[in-house]
Design a protein around this ligand. Structure first.
Ligand code: TXA
Ligand code: MG
Length: 308
């Protein structure tokens, strides 16, 4: 049965409470959410995505005050970042509280927590009162969904894939959260995302020292975020046009003037290339600054998927 698509938070709450899977809108991408305290429900997430069981999930909570419930201890770096960036596209990795299920963290001693900024999901979290474990709502290795329609197309036909899609419109940021490991000193950026790395560095510089990285979050493979068609990268608009001219039917992404728009539209464009059976995506790499870090990271991963 195709999932119900609705903006009715009450209906989503009922599904969460009975251990079902709800796709939730966030400011970054849609997540595939289950009650983080219900082991059977969380297991269903891995089955729906086809995701290896040792890849940890992010727990989404209503407010920064909830971090205490999921963390064994909140280091200064996590407190500073939570205070400055939540609700928003930032995930902190901290030591996990004793009650946290192994299935959520992949058996790790740490947990990723974030407070998403989307009115429907905030309402759902407030009314639920607990945490929602949620990876991005795509099949494993594929491009993250930024609309309800993307979710339905990815998971709608998967048996047990998703029970209800909470439709909150297109995601305004369009790339995933920045993940900062606060269990090490200095804190480390594991994945560049919606909060620019420079902002994390600036926030932590005074309080707890510099950020190093980027390194890799567990389960972040070199190839990820990939459309089915080839992705060819260029350092400049001129180079992109040259490369595109050699392709049979390319989809060209060459507007690097507005990085907010680039991030917001990127995953939809990658999906569109497949829908239109394009021979390749040719994309200009934006400068490595601000949102450019996250866009470059996702483009490199999309391109690497076909390298091997
Ligand atoms: O914006 C986002 O972060 C979206 C929305 C739905 O919140 N979520 C998302 O989840 O991108 P996912 O599962 O696709 O990516 C989460 C990443 C994974 O690479 C995982 O390895 C890392 O977070 N992660 C989660 N818990 C961790 C932990 N305890 N230690 C290190 N990395 C962790
Ligand atoms: Mg993902």
């Amino acid at each position: 049965m195709p999932p119900r698509v609705t903006s009715d938070v009450e209906a989503a709450l009922a599904v969460v409470r009975r251990g079902g899977l709800v796709a939730i809108p966030t400011e970054t991408v849609y997540g595939l959410a289950a009650d983080a305290s219900n082991e059977a429900a969380v297991r269903r997430i891995f089955a729906a995505k086809g995701r290896p069981a040792d890849h940890p999930l992010i727990v989404h909570v209503a407010a920064a005050a909830d971090l205490d419930r999921w963390a064994a201890a909140v280091p200064p770096a996590a407190a500073v970042l939570a205070d400055a960036c939540w609700p928003g596209p930032l995930t902190v990795v901290v030591a996990r509280a004793p009650h946290v299920l192994d299935v959520v963290t992949g058996g790790r001693p740490s947990i990723g927590v974030r407070v998403p900024a989307h009115p429907l999901t905030t309402e759902l979290l407030v009314r639920f009162g607990g945490g929602l474990a949620a990876p991005s709502a795509n099949r494993f290795g594929k491009v993250s969904p930024t609309t309800a329609e993307h979710v339905v197309r990815d998971l709608g036909a998967v048996p047990g894939g998703v029970d209800l899609v909470l439709d909150g419109g297109p995601c305004p940021i369009g790339v995933e959260s920045t993940i900062v490991d606060c269990t090490v000193e200095p804190a480390q950026v594991l994945r560049p995302g919606g909060i620019p790395t420079e902002q994390v560095t600036a926030l932590l510089a005074g309080a707890v020292g510099a950020v190093s990285g980027p390194s890799r979050a567990p389960g972040m493979l070199a190839s990820h975020y990939a459309p089915a068609c080839r992705v060819v990268l260029a350092e400049s608009v001129d180079e992109a046009r040259r490369l595109a001219a050699a392709e049979a039917d390319p989809l060209l992404i060459d507007d690097v003037d507005d990085l907010v728009r680039y991030a917001r539209e990127l995953y939809d464009l990658l999906r569109r290339a497949d829908d239109q059976h394009r021979s390749a995506v040719v994309a200009v790499l934006p400068p490595a600054a601000g949102l450019g870090h996250a866009i470059r990271d996702r483009l490199f991963k999309a391109a690497a998927a076909r390298a091997g």
